[in-house]
Design a protein around this ligand. Structure first.
Ligand SMILES: Cc1ncc(COP(=O)(O)O)c(C=O)c1O
Length: 388
């Protein structure tokens, strides 16, 4: 018998396979397609940000920072949240720097979800939520956003709440649908949670990408929500550096204390020079205040091209850097994943189907494009899509 036998490992996540993002990106590469699938910019960040990281490294800021994050960065985050959302988080006890929003969400879930607890997710939703809840031993309770409009249905959410509900995860601006919750919807959420002890995990990674003058209504801006919220955001999205994987979680001191217990034995700390660079870069609010105009122009360029030259039906893109389209006028017979495969291999543009954002693969003939791309990339995609 061989002595080099790897033991059989029962999977903690038996239902998880390769994500649709990896599948479509690989297919895009294989076929030389313009990749509007995976959500990341194909342009560089501000060179001043790279210079700031270099400077921090050259100054010798290369050892472990304090467990919750570099104090200057936590102070800069607190100042921004106070300015924008009028909530004064204490940088000492209420803000933690994380390895991207993904770790922030996992850690928030691990620290508050006990085996048997229920966590409500609103589908379609970002793909890490479900596996994170499973890892914590929680039960995923899936509530659909209204098909077609992707607005929250508070009747359905209320009906899904039980005495075992520990938390609800909300994501606005929303990936993949590009909807933005209104102030009224956030107030409805607050009213729904008011008589309960349900926590809110508010995924606000696209907080600075809202269009047509609409505000981003952060959970932090509604005091009764802030009191029960883990607010999660990502510098990767805001500053065009998705590969840096730095984000933060802001939460009341009692929740942050539990969050940090898990955080310190999970990643312990996050990249020091990048934190110093972000702290100094954040002194200037212009880069994030200018972001809506920057992306709105790209959205409008992309939408105008699709509208003029394709048979796609465009869904509203109120926020995030996504544009969803209904392709049923082009081919109503093919499912979303097959349509995306054909779009990638035959037309040369990669998109993402919405069905993998639902546990049951719900089909609505809608696919998602990412417009966080150079104008020439968007134009190249539009030229190819004009065949449709
Ligand atoms: C809704 C949502 N949440 C979280 C993340 C992850 O952010 P990060 O790259 O900072 O981990 C993403 C990235 O695509 C996202 O779309």
């Amino acid at each position: 018998m061989s002595t080099t036998r790897t033991p059989t490992l029962p999977s903690r996540l038996p239902n998880v396979g390769t994500t649709i993002f990896s599948v479509m990106s690989a297919l895009a590469q294989e076929h030389g397609a313009v990749n509007l699938g995976q959500g990341f910019p194909d342009f560089d960040c501000d060179p001043r940000l790279v210079e700031a990281v270099t400077a921090a490294m050259q100054q010798g800021l290369n050892q472990y920072p304090p467990m919750p994050g570099v104090p200057a960065l936590r102070e800069a985050i607190a100042a921004k949240l106070a300015n924008l959302y009028r909530h004064a988080y204490d940088p000492g006890t209420e803000i933690t720097v994380t390895a991207g929003a993904t770790q922030g969400i996992l850690t928030a879930i691990l620290c508050c979800v006990h085996p048997g607890d229920e966590v409500i997710v609103l589908e379609p939703c970002y793909d890490s939520y479900g596996p994170n809840i499973e890892l914590a031993g929680g039960t995923i309770v899936r509530v659909p956003l209204t098909p077609g409009s992707f607005r929250p249905d508070f009747g359905l959410i209320a009906a899904a709440m039980t005495p075992r509900t520990r938390a609800i995860i909300v994501n606005s601006p929303h990936n993949p649908s590009a909807t933005v919750w209104t102030a009224e919807e956030m107030q409805q959420l607050a009213a729904l949670l008011r008589p309960t002890d349900v926590l809110l995990i508010s995924d606000e990674v696209y907080e600075h990408m809202v269009y047509d003058g609409r505000p981003h209504v952060s959970a932090a801006s509604i005091p009764e929500l802030a009191a029960r919220t883990f607010l999660v955001s990502s510098f990767g999205k805001t500053y065009h550096v998705t590969g840096w994987k730095v984000g933060f979680v802001a939460a009341p001191a009692a929740l942050t204390a539990e969050f940090r217990k898990v955080h310190q034995f999970n990643v312990f700390t996050v990249n020091t020079p990048v934190q110093h660079a972000l702290a100094s870069y954040m002194a200037d609010p212009a880069p994030y205040l200018d972001l809506p105009a920057f992306y709105q122009r790209k959205r409008d360029l992309f939408r105008a091209g699709l509208q003029a030259n394709t048979r796609f039906k465009l869904l509203p893109s109120e926020g995030s850097y996504f544009q969803c389209v209904d392709y049923s006028a082009i081919d109503d017979s093919v499912n979303e994943t097959d349509f995306c495969r054909r779009l990638t291999t035959e037309v040369g543009v990669a998109a993402i189907p919405l069905s993998p954002f639902y546990a049951d693969g719900f089909e609505q003939r809608i696919v998602r494009f990412c417009f966080a791309k150079k104008d020439e990339t968007l134009q190249r995609a539009l030229d190819r899509l004009a065949r449709l």
